[in-house]
Design a protein around this ligand. Structure first.
Ligand code: FAQ
Length: 385
């Protein structure tokens, strides 16, 4: 039988948390399911074939019709160069964020307070690696290679999310990352499940489903600490105080200063603006903070009856720009670590390439002699040796 992870006057404390067990109507997880159904429907509906030949005007008209009908653009379809570039930029930035995002949490794997906490955190960090790989694969369908994208990151020519340039100082930070950082990521990513580019939408559906326990594990860590000793409660509050504004900044600059939003929304890559999603996140967090018994560090936070939303203090966008441009608390450390990990992993990439070449050679030889050899795991080990 499913039990609430902790009771609160008969109210389940996960009621407003993404991925709860209790079937809250229209939860974020339901929205992911709806997006998946819409994706399947889009695959069934027929707008006719893309026009043949080189008539760019006809191809652009077909592309516009696909977007207007909320259908999906697929890798072999014609697409404007700007659409392709925007997707590569956004998907690559997203993939890099998942990979760099393993560092602040990885910092606590050896210091998690129990075996159970360690196992959960390990699984979560491994999930982030998987998310990075789905996203690199989605970007590769646009005609770039993963190697090129990784090189661009290492040369500092592509970005990753500002949030991962902040340090994880205490165990409560792992709770705050799960609740606030994964919470913000989910609010941003659920609409991306309806993105107009098929491979990105499909990757996002899978990622959002897997994310369903990340926010909750963070929330549960904070709930435990906030209902523990006074020192634990203080640690939880301190973590929320430090992660609140950087989490708000994850949604990007305000709409008035967002360079890409208008075009990305017209192409239905993004479905909502940065400010709309930031507002949605604030509205979601207020009730959750109340159940946690923690306060959000904003004296201006109050319900606005007219707007039917919370008024709040925006993050310091000057700080966001400084962090994006490389001057956050941990930028140098994060990039140095990534470069080191990349160079230490060179032998694995070489072994994998040598093994792939060996398999390809054997397949060609097999075709020539009419034999097809067994595809054994021992081959893989021999190839990697
Ligand atoms: N950090 O015109 P806009 C996660 C850049 S995954 C760094 O508004 P856009 C999971 C932006 O690239 C978190 N750069 O841009 C996890 C652009 O620069 P450019 C990552 C930022 O693309 C949890 C310039 O500013 N999620 O957390 C940021 O329309 C826990 C102008 O901005 C995604 O990537 C920022 N915060 O909107 C993992 C989601 N904000 O390229 C581990 C997908 C803006 O012109 C542990 N991405 N910039 O030089 C998006 O939804 C969008 O790209 C936005 C930005 C909303 C991030």
């Amino acid at each position: 039988m499913l039990q609430p992870i902790a009771g609160s006057g008969g109210i389940c404390n996960t009621r407003v948390v993404y991925g709860n067990d209790f079937g809250v109507p229209d939860s974020l997880l339901d929205q992911v399911d709806e997006a998946e159904r819409a994706l399947a429907e889009a695959a069934r509906s027929d707008l006719g074939a893309e026009p043949d030949g080189t008539d760019e005007v006809a191809k652009q008209a077909y592309f516009d019709a696909v977007i207007a009908a909320d259908q999906k653009i697929e890798p072999r379809d014609w697409m404007p160069e700007g659409y392709r570039k925007t997707l590569i930029r956004q998907i690559a930035q997203h993939a890099h964020s998942e990979i760099i995002g393993m560092q602040p949490e990885g910092n606590w794997i050896t210091r998690a307070p129990s075996l159970k906490r360690k196992a959960i955190l390990l699984a979560k960090v491994q999930d982030e690696a998987g998310h990075g790989l789905y996203l690199y694969a989605a970007a590769e369908t646009l005609g770039v290679s993963r190697e090129e994208l990784v090189d661009l990151l290492l040369q500092g020519r592509q970005k990753y999310s500002s949030i991962f340039n902040y340090p994880t100082l205490t165990w409560a930070d792992i709770g705050a990352i799960g609740w606030l950082v994964d919470g913000a990521a989910i609010v941003n990513q659920v609409p991306l499940c309806r993105s107009s580019y098929g491979p990105y939408a499909r990757a996002m559906i899978r990622i959002c489903k897997e994310e369903s326990f990340h926010q909750r594990q963070g929330y549960e860590i904070l709930y435990t600490l906030s209902h523990g000793t006074p020192a634990q409660r203080e640690m939880a509050q301190d973590a929320v105080n430090r992660w609140w504004y950087p989490s708000l900044a994850m949604f990007g600059p305000p709409d008035s200063e967002s360079t890409h939003s208008e075009q990305s929304m017209a192409w239905r890559i993004k479905r909502f603006s940065n400010d709309e999603l930031r507002q949605r996140f604030v509205d979601m967090c207020v009730g959750q903070a109340e159940v946690l018994g923690l306060t959000l560090p904003d004296p201006n936070l109050r319900w606005n009856e007219e707007r039917q939303a919370y008024d709040f203090t925006p993050p310091d966008f000057g700080e966001l720009m400084r962090v994006i441009s490389g001057d956050g608390p941990c930028n140098r450390q994060r990039m140095a670590h990534r470069r080191r990990a990349h160079s230490e992993g060179a032998w694995v990439r070489e072994a994998a390439a040598a093994y792939a070449a060996k398999r390809a050679r054997r397949a060609t030889e097999g075709r020539a002699t009419g034999e097809s050899g067994p595809d054994r795991a021992s081959d893989a080990l021999a190839g990697a040796a």
